[in-house]
Design a protein around this ligand. Sequence first.
Ligand code: DMJ
Length: 667
Amino acid sequence: MGGVWTALRWLPAGVGPAKPPAPLRARPPDAASGRGRPGRLRRCHVSDAAAGAASGLHLGDAEPRPELRRQQKLAAALVLEAVNGRSAEERKMRPADPPVLPAPQKADANPENFPGVLPQKPKRHFRRRPPNLQIRAPGKDSEDRRQDDTQRRDEAVGDARREENTQRTVVSWRGAVIEPQPGTELPSRKAEAPHKPSSQAPRIQNQAASPNERQRAVIDAFRHAWAGYRKFAWGHDELKPVSRSFSEWFGLGLTLIDALDTMWILGLRKEFEEARKWVSKKLRFQKDVDVNLFESTIRILGGLLSAYHLSGDDLFLKKAEDFGNRLMPAFQTPSKIPYSDVNIGTGAAHPPRWTSDSTVAEVTSIQLEFRELSRLTGSRKFQEAAEEVTRRVHSLSGKKDGLVPMFINTHSGLFTHMGVFTLGARADSYYEYLLKQWIQGGKKETQLVEDYLEAIEGIKRHLLRRSEPRKLTFVGELAHGRFSAKMDHLVCFLPGTLALGAHHGLPADHMELARALMDTCYQMNRQMETGLSPEIVHFNLYPQSGQKDVQVKPADRHNLLRPETVESLFYLYRLTGDPKYQDWGWQILQSFNAYARVPSGGYSSISNVQDPLNPQPRDKMESFFVGETLKYLYLLFSDDPDLLSLDAYVFNTEAHPLPIWVPPRGA
Ligand code: DMJ
């Protein structure tokens, strides 16, 4: 593997442990969701860190001199203008190949184990036009406009691809000192969601190449997982594959909804239709049940919206709108920072019993879905509620060079438990959604990307270190000024996010960092006896003979079938074309099959990734295994850049693809 680094520019020279390792903080209480625990602050202007990147400053450098700092800020401004200016160019470009999805293929599994499943009939709700092209059905009078929108969308995709190299050149700011223009300010433009339902429909064709050998292996894995769910847990939240039963969290068929778009993408039409029928006949949200706002948004709302976009079936949009409405009471707080929980039957919302805090990552990782729901329904309340959270978090003090604490109070609207900074549980997807909202909205919402750029500089400055002996670059944690070499597997979303940002015009050194962190995440899997990463690792900072880079505490040895490593492998392969990333994903799939596959159906999380003889199945298949892990593996093994093109779609944090908004005609 190519993961030994010796001279990474974002690491300060001589960075290393000056003291013995800092004590470690408690593990997150909610291991499955990956949301964890708390920490003071220094306010930092948004553009400063971005400017630091523009100058090529090394991490850990002292605060730049005022003149240099001014130049840096202006350099960042020019970079952002270049990025934004590209969007304007895109509108003038000509059509390119549309994004392509495979034809849903026939399932050969016999549904006899599932009572009540009727033979499949063509569904009236699918409108096909032309044959083999499935699109969302708009109102009749909007057909022409829809086709135009689809064409413009395709144009934007092709344009982005053609412009990629030019853009990278323009945006690369490594070492560049750009002459400042006194008084230059960033334009503050904001993407507007339309006030009425959008007629924009992604073009989805059924003529993709048949799956290759590795993709067929993913399909086999999915079918095995689905067979277990279908036999033992149909319509319930999660499969317990060992005891051949199920568990409930919200009682809303979580796995089924999370898996809808995966089935579509893998071409499993028969399975998709069975699940669609359950959604139609059985899924009811009028239930006296508390749901977690974040988890239900990313899995249920995101899953339904994505299923709607891919299939064109209005059922999913109607369900999404119903569900979105039921989540809205969560935003009725004194601060407008939403409560963590809401009862979708009674409309009563509340924080967890033990606190009036919400988790920062949770309240800042619902925006992609709420914004899209507004765009589709024409009802602005979803977007307004979610974006108010973004605005408030943006203006809060308590950040450290763009890094956010883990908790925020729903009454005061202020960060709490300050001084602890992590890219893992409870903070992770805050960073992810800054970038992805910017992409979703057509790269116009400058504040989002400024906050993102500042945060990446904060990571470089405060959280990056290299391990011994292999000098793996990793992202640790900071608690009240003390560095901990702890890294959650959750952090492995970051290489993919960095690569995605670089693809969309952010600095080239983000891709360098993405590659280095990808190597590290791979080693977190590779250095385990099962080939599967534990939930949490600690990196060795000291050169000692016989020590491995990656160390695991007994309480952290479990693997929940999480997606983050393969998620990032997908982005890295899609954006670099280096086949080693596919090979690494293939190894991980083999390991899931060897150590997590339950013969009677389904896959199980395991308790000990270091014991291949007895990995100790935990008897639970998380919904994200079928919603994310297998989907990203399938996409990783595809060589078709138009299969859910990254210039047309943005994946929510549960791997549900949502369309990138196309500028309105004439904009
Ligand atoms: C998923 O629900 C999402 O990816 C979330 O962002 C983090 N936790 C799980 C997967 O690990």
